[in-house]
Design a protein around this ligand. Sequence first.
Ligand code: HEM
Length: 426
Amino acid sequence: MTPEILMDARSEARSLKLADFDLYPKRGFLGEADPLEFFQEDIRGAHWPWVREVQDVANVLPKLLITDKARRYITDHMGSMWSPRDGERIIALSSSAQHCLMRTVSFVGNAFVHGSITDMWSGKAEAHIPEWLAVPWCLLADQLGTTPTLSYAWYALHNWRLADPTQPISLENVMLINNFFGGLDEEGFVKIHVVVEAAWAHLPDATQRALKAVSDDNPRELEDALLVVRDGQKAAVETMGKMWRWCSPKVYYDRVRLHIAGWHNNPALPNGVMYEGVEKFGGKPQQFGGETGAQSSGIPLQYALLDVRHEDDIFLKYLLGMRAHMPRGHRAFIEKVEALSRNGLSIREYVDAHRISNHSLLRVYRQCLAALLEFLNVHYRFVEEYIAKQEQTLPFNTTKYGTGGTHALPYLKKHIDRIEALVEEV
Ligand code: HEM
C-alpha cells in the first residue's frame, strides 16, 4: 500500500459522519426517530386513498390470513387503486414515510405470495405478483436502495413502537406495528431482534471512534471503543438467551416462519416470482431470499471492524448477497469500514503490532472475538432447535434452508469456525 492510500484512509476515518449512512449515535441501526406507524396523507396534506387501502389491508392480516380469502381480499381492496400518480407522490415523500410504506406494502406483498394458511397447507404459493402490487413495491425498494421483499429492515428495524414512549426499548416495552398471524411467539421472535439491535446501538459510533483512534495512533482510545463493542455484544447475547421463553421452537417453525420465507431455495416457488409490469426485470422471474437476521448489519459490521476475513467460497457469496437487502446507508458503512481496513487501518493488524507493548488492548480485542463467538454459538443452537430438529409437515417448509435461503447449518458453522481460528491466531 502506498503512503498516499494510507493518508487518504486516515483523513477519511477522521471525517466519517454517521448521519451520512443513516446511522445515529443513540440508536445505531434503529434510526434517529421511532418508526412512523401510520399516515394517510401525502406531503401536500391531500387525502390519499391508495395508502389508506394498503394500510387497512395490512392491519387486518392477522385475521385475514386465517381465512382462505387473503389474495381475493387484497385484490378486491387494492387491485383498482394504484395509478402512476401514486408513484409520483411516493417519490416526493420523506424517507420516514417511505420506510413506513415499504414496511406496509412488503407485509401485504408477502401475504399475497404465500397466501392464507389454507393456501399454505395445500401448497398454493403465487408466483405472479400483479402490476398494481409489484410496481409500487419495486418503486419503494428503488427509493430506499434495497430489494422488493420483506427484508429484515421492514420486519424488525422499522416495525416497532413503544408502549410507553418515556421508557427505553425493552422486551417489556416494545410492540410491533405490523404482523402476519400475530400472537406471543411472532411478537416475541421479532421483539428479541429489536432489543438485540438496541444492544448494538453504540456499535456504529464505537466503530467510528475505533477507526479514528487507529488513524491517530491512539491505543487508549481504541481500547475504550472496543470495550463499548464488547459490552454491546455481551448485552446482545443476554437478550438472545430470552428467545426460548418468548418464542416456542414449534410455533416458530410451523407458524412464524411461513410468511417470511422468500423466493430463493423455496420448493413452493422453484422458479422464483414474477413482478408483473416491472421493466427492469425484463419479464423474468426473480429469486430473492426472504427475511432473516443475516440481513442485520450488527454482525457484518463487527466482522468488518475486527477485520475478520472470511474464505472466498459459496458461503461468502451468500454473506455478501445479504447486503442487497440492507438499507443503503448501512451497507455503505460496512463497505467503508472494510475499505479502510484494507487501506492501512486494520484494527486486527494494529492490535497485533502492539501486542508486546500493549497487552491490555490485545486482551480487549480477544474479548470482542469471544463475545462475537458466543453470539454465533447461541444462535447456532436456535437454528438446530427451531429449524433443523423440527418435524417437516409441509413440503416447502424445509428443515434445511433458512428463510434467507441459505443452507443454514453449514453456512453458520463456517462463520463460527472462522472466528474460532482467529481466536487461535491472535
Ligand atoms: C429462533 C431464533 C432464530 C432462528 C431460527 C434464526 C435463523 C437463522 C438462519 C436460518 C440463518 C441463516 C441465514 C438464512 O436465513 O438462510 C440466520 C442467520 C443470522 N441470524 Fe438468525 N435466527 C434466529 C434469531 C436471530 C436473532 C435474535 C438475531 C439477532 C439479530 C439473529 C441474527 C442473525 C445473524 C446476524 C445471522 C447471520 C450470522 C452470520 O453471518 O454468521 N438471528 N438466522
